[in-house]
Design a protein around this ligand. Sequence first.
Ligand SMILES: Cc1cc2nc3c(=O)[nH]c(=O)nc-3n(C[C@H](O)[C@H](O)[C@H](O)COP(=O)(O)OP(=O)(O)OC[C@H]3O[C@@H](n4cnc5c(N)ncnc54)[C@H](O)[C@@H]3O)c2cc1C
Length: 623
Amino acid sequence: MPIEEPQTIDTSKMSAGQRAAIELTEAARQVVQERTFAAGLFMGEFRLEGIAPFPSQKPDDRQKGEAFLQKLETLLREKVDADAIDRTGEIPQAVMDELAKLGTFGIKVPADYGGLGLSQTNYCRAAMLLGSWCGNTTALISAHQSIGVPQPLILFGTEEQKKKYLPRVAGGEISAFALTEVDVGSDPAAMKTRAEPTPDGNHFIINGEKLWCTNGTRAGVIVVMARTPPKMVNGKAKEQITAFIVETNWPGVEVIRRCHFMGLKALYNGVIRFENVKVPRENILLAEGKGLRVALTTLDTGRLTLPAACVGLSKRCLEITRTWANERTQWGAPIGKHAAIADKLGRMAANTFAMESMTLLAASHVDRDKHADIRLEAAMCKLWGTEHAWEIVNEAMQVRGGRGYETADSLKARGENPVPVERLLRDSRINTIFEGSSEIMRLFIAREMLDPHLKVSGAVLNSQLPKGQRMKAAFKAAAFYAGWYPKQWLPTGSGFTVQSSELMGHMNYVARTSRKLARSLFHAMVKFGPKLEREQLLLGRFVDIGTELFAITASCLRADQLSGEGRGEVVRLADYFCHSARLRVGEYFRQLGKNNDRIGYRIAQDTLKGEFAAMEKGIVSKS
Ligand SMILES: Cc1cc2nc3c(=O)[nH]c(=O)nc-3n(C[C@H](O)[C@H](O)[C@H](O)COP(=O)(O)OP(=O)(O)OC[C@H]3O[C@@H](n4cnc5c(N)ncnc54)[C@H](O)[C@@H]3O)c2cc1C
């Protein structure tokens, strides 16, 4: 946005690299139409319209997905040997064929284009099944469908593109998404892959190399992000990134190597080189220069697959842990009776419930409107879901003790139950890194959290603007805050009644804490001014508070809904979750005022300079 509206963010004091990154992502940002529930929390608003009562899956939609999901579950249990896939590093072709026959490659693709035409919620339920069983198969289906060709095509494809490619990808032709390069991890502004138009303008010639492209070594079609010639806007060259659909059998596309990782041993992930690849103009997605918008919007919904898979993984860990904590006796009692293990089990159950509630809530927004703005909700699900799933799988390993660390094959060879916690842990470690790392998710949420304030007061602090414009903006901002700020001190309730008094208390807590959050954020803005952008740890705490409030709300509303359907036991689970989340929120608030961020930062900078190099002595080092 600042490229067209430079008043929002002052980039004058940034390094060239930082400015390029900010300007590119800002230009691709979706403009906010209306604040969603999660966005409202940061502004002291507690608006439950659209999310209360909890928008549970409609019976007819559930019914529509049921037959497929049952078949998928049977296929996974009977034909997908996840340990063998992990051991061999290959997903057998027969499994791929069966998955394709079932329609797994086109779950969300409309039936008119050869897919199953199922809802986002049913897709998330499929991801839960996959995530509970086999990380490799999950990654194959997710990379294909959530970020590969189907999702951007459903959202932005022309009718011709849809007719040409959707039936192919829904039928089992594997697709992939290629953004990352050696210098492009979290920073697309550093992209080197280029696409130059041919003299007649009908084609583009792509040259470059993409790294870590999941499914890339097996894909028939890939969405490729490439830099296209800059456009002149107000006398300034504006960088352009464009998304192309590229067929891998076109001349010049070459898989250079397959990459191998700590987990996900059967990931068909590779380095792909594009050498003078001629791509027709009609294979551009959305429009020239809109590639980052395509990528970001695709990921908004695509990002829900990972937390859904994490729900499946967490449920599996819960099952494993519960069984073992009952079975295993040490020191005269089942280990589940020892408080240290019981604590893990309780948290595991509660966090799994919260993760599922958040994910289903966000998925329901997409089912209501496939263009719904779920940026914040999906990012919160991704951030919270992947971090807590990691904690859950890590604790499952701790509860299983030595057996947790032992491979399933080794357990089996000794005649024990081949419980694959070690594989689940290896396969899930990547979740907080790809599809937007946790650090980037916090920055992304922080940007959205600050958006209403940047709109009101960004121009006041922007030294790039003329004085007159800044003065005018200052008057407008003063008028806004004179009305808004005092409201943040008024007492408030949730304005919504849930059946259980415990849950009601938590909902009221969210309503009043969102005001405290809004006030605290405002105070931080006043204190730090434009430098707030550099306070990543502080911003992260605001983000974490907002995310916990979202998790509490989703859990309370879903527990209320389920208890009305005869599942009253979940109220206790949600209540325990909310109490734990409130303790975390309290701690984040305390750390807003009292922390040692500054000292830690200085220590880190001095470490970077080598001041503590002596700490690295006494080891075997290659350097
Ligand atoms: C198994 C696997 C599969 C993948 N699949 C695909 C795929 O299909 N398609 C694709 O395009 N890419 C894919 N990727 C790439 C993946 O999305 C990137 O690894 C990810 O974006 C992070 O980039 P990076 O590894 O280069 O880390 P970097 O960007 O170098 O970051 C390193 C660390 O610094 C942090 N960091 C970076 N910038 C900031 C900042 N401004 N503030 C604070 N912290 C920051 C990061 O969070 C991270 O912790 C895959 C990667 C792997 C390992």
